[in-house]
Design a protein. Sequence first.
Length: 291
Amino acid sequence: MRLTVVTETNSAKRLRKRIFSVVAHVLLISASIVMLYPLLWMLSASFRPENEIFNATSLWPSSWSLDAYFRGWNGLRVSFGTFFINSFIISILSVIGNVAACSMAAFAFARLEFRGRRFWFAMMLMTLMLPYQVTLIPQYVLFLNLGWVNTTLPLVVPKFLAADAFFIFLMVQFFRGIPKELDEAAVMDGCSPWRVYWKIMLPLSTPVLATAAIFTFIWTWDDFFGPLIYLSDMRQYTVMLGLRSFTDSTGLSDYGGLFAMSVLSLVPIFLFFLFFQRLLIEGIATTGMKR
């Protein structure tokens, strides 16, 4: 009798667990559909004729057309491919600058002993609390006096000067999780701080470096405000500024081309995240944890 009661109890628990799992999956799938609906609508609109974009009653186009992609690619004074090249150049240089400069600054804060290290680390963290708008005007005046306005230099050079305190903090937390005995052993073997950084810290820090690279690429690619402030020549435009060019305050807007190029602008980010997804998750999961 007791065995029968225990068996029924276990069966009831498994049944409740299965019902809970089904309900949870249904809710998650429903939420995913709601979140993906704007993206699906944009993808569908990019294949519709211009007169059906805002008059359609379903996501499935009544007729498929690639005209919006051809118009979007060649419809402006400058080919949209130029905007892609500009964005790729700025994004790749930003990734290189951020990973190199921030990792060196993080190594100094995490491993080197120098006067005022805690004070300067606290000052660096305080810059995280400053809104971008606070430093915008002084930076613009500086770059204007240097003759860098309407070039890509204001968007790239600060990355090589460890201007992103968030990534420095992220790497410091990761470096602190690497045993110091490795540094001490290398120093006893005659390694300089530079060789310790290059031969020991960087090879062991692939996850956090990949995390910084992925976030830098995505944030730089999606950046609209920075290029809007510093770039005025259409030949220097990034993808985000190119998308803005499809809308006109006079009413002469090509929404089909806008949606088509918006779809294409998501492809590099999607592929970049897809290829480095494992390193991104590993970097976030291990940052700040003792290993």
